[in-house]
Design a protein around this ligand. Structure first.
Ligand SMILES: [Zn+2]
Length: 340
């Protein structure tokens, strides 16, 4: 099977495991089992996330990180008519989850389905349908069960604080596009899991460790790396695509600066020169409204050279889209960096 098809297979597996931030144990178990099956000894971190050494070279100690948590929601109230008010987990936007199917996970392990809808969602009834601002006061979850009261819903075992996971809607088209709500950052995590499988076919003197973080969308995913020592850190997370930027879904994007400031100058320069040397289609960009787990590690006090790369993703934190070429470019850059 080709590299990209292997990465797709892993992506499909991890996309099928709902992992809104705050509810990541299932995906952490999947990642742990995946790594154990390859013969590694992954560590489950208490704060969330999985850390694992995959190469024991005596050269540069490189940590690679991707995050497995996604945006999601939590039940904030149950209405008298049996609908669920929700609050965002991470930067979920009410105006782009309307009409999405979702699952409600209760604390006693029941799973129920529903749909996120505008309140009073019938266009033929609600005269202010078009004017209503979509926010977490105006949208609600309509459960796929006959419920007419708060008590009906509570009798199902649903309570305030339960997790709401929005349908990831993964689609891979024949033309090479990959669409899903949660390419951020399951696309990056799929590439790192693939690396764990194929590292033995790559020649390197580097010591390589992986962190699958679980709290990136809350801004502290990689802060636990302050307990570790290493030389370099590369976060694999989505690259920005939009007006004024050079990136595209067909390229690997190298971030020179984001909201938190510039990335390590030497690392960015090195990544650019590797792309040139290996004819990898890349862009260097400034991300106007972005933060990454690489910065999280620095802020937590890590003394390390840090960088951020990833496949270009359009419509980030919405219905995201990337392309096979951007995925392959990211894999090629990572592989070439490890081999250099
Ligand atoms: Zn991300």
């Amino acid at each position: 099977m080709s590299s990209i098809n292997e990465i797709y297979r892993i992506l499909e597996d991890i996309m099928a495991i709902d992992s809104p931030i705050g509810y990541t144990k299932k995906i952490e178990s999947y990642v742990c089992d995946f790594l154990k099956n390859l013969g590694y000894e992954p560590q489950m971190c208490k704060v969330g996330g999985v850390y694992c050494d995959i190469s024991e070279g005596d050269g540069e100690h490189l940590i690679l990180t991707a995050h497995t948590d996604t945006l999601g929601a939590m039940v904030k109230e149950i209405s008298g008519s049996g609908r669920l008010g929700i609050t965002a987990l991470g930067g979920l936007n009410a105006n782009n989850i309307e009409c999405e199917n979702c699952k409600v996970y209760t604390r006693d392990n029941k799973v129920y389905t529903g749909t996120v809808q505008l309140k009073n969602a019938s266009l033929h009834v609600n005269k202010s349908y078009n004017e209503t601002k979509r926010d977490f006061d105006s949208v609600e979850v309509v459960l796929d069960y006959v419920v007419n009261s708060k008590e009906d819903v509570q009798n199902m075992g649903i309570e305030v604080g339960d997790i709401v996971a929005v349908d990831p809607r993964l689609v891979i088209t024949d033309s090479g596009y990959i669409k899903s709500r949660f390419l951020d950052d399951k696309a990056g995590a799929a590439i790192l899991l693939y690396l764990a499988k194929y590292i033995k076919e790559i020649k390197t003197d580097k010591k390589i460790s992986l962190l699958f973080s679980a709290n990136e969308e809350m801004g502290f995913g990689a802060s636990l790396l302050s307990q570790k020592e290493a030389d370099t850190l590369i976060a694999i997370d989505m690259g920005c695509v939009g007006d004024g930027l050079n990136g595209s879904e067909q390229k690997v994007s190298i971030c020179a600066k984001d909201s938190g400031g510039p990335y390590n100058y030497e690392m960015v320069s090195k990544l650019v020169s590797i792309c040139k040397e290996h004819n990898i289609d890349y862009s260097v960009d400034i991300y106007p409204a972005y933060g990454s787990d690489a910065e999280t590690a620095i802020r937590a006090g890590m003394d390390i050279k840090f960088a951020l790369i990833g496949m270009g993703v359009y419509a980030s934190h919405g219905y995201e889209r990337t392309h096979k070429d951007g995925m392959e470019g990211t894999w090629s850059l990572l592989k070439a960096y490890i081999e250099c």
